[in-house]
Design a protein around this ligand. Structure first.
Ligand SMILES: C[S@@+](CC[C@H](N)C(=O)[O-])C[C@H]1O[C@@H](n2cnc3c(N)ncnc32)[C@H](O)[C@@H]1O
Length: 255
């Protein structure tokens, strides 16, 4: 009898941000196949006796190739086990969840989903910086800032350089200089505010507020490391360490 795979979004780190469905599925699992972005607190919620398989890193510190992860999920389900595939954030946002689901379903394995709070939403609520805001941003774009080592970032800078939209860059630490130049070349002001958030929603969360013109240098000086995301746009001007100030700023931004 074939088991099934639960494709679970664990959220950005804080266990309270998991959905009830995610917790139910995790508790029901015989085996947990997990990514490196899943926090220790969430791993502590795995059922006692469930096998845990880390696929974020292998002994030499390299990622387990996606093909092998797919095989592991299939092998486990074929043994009749209920497999929790636990991923940071949401499995369908820069999470390869759809690739894993397609592979498994083609082999006749049942897949069930639990959405997760993506890092952008977690960071937004933990810092109080909205992703949209009346008068400042009419929409939000999520984009990856990562390309394989030998490839250049070929993003559509013209489309992304929209002063009325918030841009959230995932996986952008290594290329933030290139990203800033691409956006400024297409007309975004060097004074556009940028916030970098590392380990959002965890006890180790770090925030850095900068501008497009300075962000690469500030990032280097602050020594920010992944997982970090960048929120770029006027909404960052609402950031205030003190929530009282945030409310005042928001009112004045609305006129
Ligand atoms: C492979 S993507 C996974 C995204 C994930 N599926 C999600 O929905 O959040 C990894 C990137 O997500 C971002 N990220 C994930 N968790 C984060 C966190 N707690 N704080 C800041 N950025 C995070 C970082 O940009 C990181 O490099």
């Amino acid at each position: 009898m074939t088991g099934k795979v639960y494709l679970i979004g664990a959220g950005p780190g804080d266990p309270e941000l998991m959905t009830l469905r995610a917790v139910r599925m995790l508790k029901d699992a015989d085996v947990v196949v997990f990514d490196r972005l899943v926090s220790d607190e969430i791993m502590a919620m795995c059922p006692e006796g469930a096998e845990q398989i880390a696929v974020g890193k292998c002994p030499k510190n390299h990622l387990v190739p996606q093909e092998r992860i797919n095989e592991i999920l299939h092998e486990q389900a074929r043994m009749g086990r209920k497999v929790a595939r636990l991923k940071g954030g949401d499995p369908m946002i820069f999470g390869r969840g759809s690739e894993e689901a397609a592979y498994l379903m083609a082999l006749g394995v049942e897949v069930e989903y639990a959405p997760g709070i993506t890092a952008a939403q977690g960071a937004s609520c933990s810092t109080g910086v909205p992703l949209t805001h009346r008068g400042l941003a009419t929409g939000v774009q999520y984009v990856t800032g990562h390309r394989q080592a030998d490839k250049v970032l070929d993003l559509d800078w013209k489309r992304l350089a929209d002063p009325d939209t918030t841009l959230v860059v995932y996986m952008g630490v290594a290329n933030i200089g290139q990203i800033a130049v691409g956006l400024m070349t297409e007309g975004l002001s060097a004074r556009t505010p940028v916030m970098a958030i590392s380990r959002a929603t965890s006890a180790q969360e770090e925030r850095m507020v900068s501008t497009l013109g300075r962000v690469a240098q500030d990032c280097r000086e602050a020594g920010l490391k992944p997982p970090t995301l960048f929120v770029i746009g006027k909404v960052v001007s609402l950031y205030a360490a003190n929530p009282q100030d945030l409310a005042v700023e928001a009112v004045s931004a609305n006129g």
